[in-house]
Design a protein around this ligand. Structure first.
Ligand code: F6P
Length: 358
């Protein structure tokens, strides 16, 4: 029976991280399990001073807060690095393993996205008992219908599209809004449909700008002199590739972006209309989680503690509506959940006249 667990957050932040931490700390403590909060992802296991005991008092009031009280890092492959420690240089993963045992931890709750969960899986193979919790605004983790953070990001992007509508209409302009999502179009699709966009460009469907322009000209012909185009940061034209701001290096993923401006300029050339573009960027990751994300994060945290009590390690909690279930980590890591071409929301959007540029 686990007496003490460690909890950490890794990868880019997502609204709801604190709600998971709170749920884990409260439910574990109520089951007689002590909780140690580890700072800055696995880095917090390098030195003893980078972790602290968490009691229900420490997590009171954090349910509604964005960010993470534990800090997070979104870089590097810990298995590749030699790190300086107070006991001399160590291979990162050996040090994590050593400290896990020195701190007398019985298990780790690792809250992270695809990269962090893949690292967690490697640590499981080295013998650290781990339960993963899927987090990302991109909603691209395999095995779970939703990750917490996604709903909040979609809500924010939808509000931004609503605001762009009024100014687009007033000036008879085309407004292009670039949203996050890496190589998956979930945020663009959901926010685009919820915001009533006229074109939605996603990585799963390479677009033809002439097709998009014709759709917007058609709107002009029937009297709608403005249009909203939502572009996922990973979207790209037929025969092209996603635009990279910074290439992948040393275990870090490539940073995507810039396609919104390109689409904006191309639509101006193609239609002769005034166009403007906006990039929502990290605003999508900030702010308080929606009630849906608070609930999902809380359910994930509670389930993670249940799995630890049952000794079900090397697993990830997942949402399979209406249930919270356990998945094996090896079944979910190293894959990306993208929007299927026959997804009903995509088909419905097309049926309503939204163009995807195909
Ligand atoms: O994975 C979440 C995400 O916000 C992506 O949508 C985006 O491409 C990336 O992280 C940005 O990462 P960073 O915070 O390193 O700029």
């Amino acid at each position: 029976m686990t007496k003490r667990l460690g909890i950490l957050t890794g990868g880019g932040d997502a609204p709801g991280l604190n709600a998971v931490i709170r749920a884990v700390v409260k439910s574990a403590t109520n089951s007689g399990i002590e909780c140690i909060g580890i700072e800055d992802s696995f880095d917090g296991l390098i030195e003893p001073g980078r972790s602290r005991a968490l009691t229900p008092r420490d997590v009171t009031g954090i349910l509604r807060l964005g960010g993470t009280i534990l800090g997070t890092v979104n870089r590097g492959n810990p298995f590749a690095d030699l790190v300086p420690t107070s006991d001399g240089p160590r291979h990162y993963s050996d040090r994590v393993f050593e400290m896990f045992h020195r701190m007398e931890l019985g298990a780790l709750v690792v809250i992270g996205g695809d990269g962090t969960l893949a690292i967690a899986h490697e640590f499981c193979k080295k013998g650290i008992p781990i339960v993963g919790v899927p987090k990302t605004i991109d909603n691209d983790i395999v095995g779970t219908t939703n990750c917490f953070g996604f709903d909040t990001a979609v809500d924010f992007a939808t509000d931004a599209i609503d605001r762009l509508h009024s100014t687009a209409e007033a000036h008879r302009r085309i407004m292009v809004v670039e949203v996050m999502g890496r190589n998956a179009g979930w945020i663009a699709l959901y926010a685009g449909v919820a915001g009533g966009a006229d074109a939605i460009l996603i990585p799963e469907i390479p677009f033809d700008i002439a097709v998009v322009a014709e759709r917007l000209r058609e709107r002009d012909r029937w009297g709608a002199h403005f249009s909203i185009v939502v572009v996922a940061e990973g979207a790209f034209p037929n025969g092209g590739i996603p635009l990279v701001i910074e290439s992948a290096h040393g275990g870090n993923s490539a940073r995507l972006g810039g396609i919104g401006v390109q689409v904006c300029e191309a639509l101006h050339r193609e239609t002769g209309k005034e166009t403007r573009s906006v990039v929502l960027g990290h605003l999508q990751r900030g702010g308080n989680p929606t009630s849906f994300d608070r609930m999902l994060a809380t359910r994930f945290g509670g389930k993670a503690v249940e799995l630890i009590k049952q000794g079900q390690f090397n697993t990830m909690v997942a949402f399979a509506p209406p249930d919270i279930v356990a998945r094996r980590l090896e079944e979910v890591v190293g894959k990306t959940k993208t929007v299927p071409h026959d997804f009903d929301l995509l088909l419905t959007a097309k049926a309503l006249g939204v163009t995807f540029g195909d």
